[in-house]
Design a protein. Sequence first.
Length: 288
Amino acid sequence: MRRVLVTGGAGFIGSNLVREIQRRWPRTHVTVVDDFRSGTFQNLPGFQGDVVAKPCHEYRSSVRFDAVFHLASITDTTVHDERLMVHDNVEGFRAILALKAGRVVYASSAATYGIAAERMSEERTPAPANVYAFSKVILDNLARGRAVGVRYFNVYGPGEGHKKAAASMIRQLRQQMKEGRRPRIFKMGEQKRDFVYVKDAVEATLLALRAPPGVYNVGSGQARSFNDVIAALNRTLGTKLETEYFDNPYPFYQPFTEADLTLSRKKLRYRPKWTIEEGIADYQKEES
Ligand SMILES: NC(=O)c1ccc[n+]([C@@H]2O[C@H](COP(=O)([O-])OP(=O)(O)OC[C@H]3O[C@@H](n4cnc5c(N)ncnc54)[C@H](O)[C@@H]3O)[C@@H](O)[C@H]2O)c1
């Protein structure tokens, strides 16, 4: 690959992806398009490529890219400005799809499945519960037959600090516990999520380059409870902090997410490597 474009490259997953591309293919020229609305230059230490600080919907280029990874998105799911969310996410992707590119891989989201209580497979009908998820459904619709979607579940790992309240629960609980505070979660901590370490997410994103057009789940394939997360954090941090449980104020709270990986194992050859225990330990090592 000679030329690669990464949108959202100053963000959490995008910057991990940029780092891995530069590690694997040091001669590849990487262009990042990111308007820094949530990302930060601090995620790109030692970056060798070019940065275009524009929103995607304003980006045009006559260059032909061998690969485009479209990760730019408003990622704060509590943003309810529908005009902004749909415009920037969808029109941004439309502009990226108009570029000259060998392969296009884009970030979809498990949020498109909505609130469900069973394992999620790609043929499930989308049921977006917020405008963020709705915008991702439109990306999936636009991409059909033209691009490969990586449908990330709950990604965690180094480089997500800038996301603050939108960062992973693993990050937020770890911060509380590092400051010596008791971790606070909804009663009784048995809600489950498919937490996927960013190194697995990046691997899947690169494997997607060779997959046929379609959308593929990218999770760990195993739902784990918030209680499990806190146990793993206590082990890694060497603490014995007891959990403080409080009432869940949300009537429609996602009780369970788990990626069915049958399709991504087959078509991407994706094999997640990190359990939450291993991922949390590695995360701590990488950021200390
Ligand atoms: N982190 C997760 O758990 C998760 C789960 C599902 C899907 N995703 C998707 O993965 C992608 C990356 O997410 P992330 O966690 O790294 O979030 P992030 O907020 O850290 O990264 C998004 C980046 O895109 C940039 N950006 C936003 N809108 C833009 C626009 N219109 N034009 C140019 N730049 C823009 C931001 O400045 C930021 O650097 C997103 O598309 C997100 O929806 C993430």
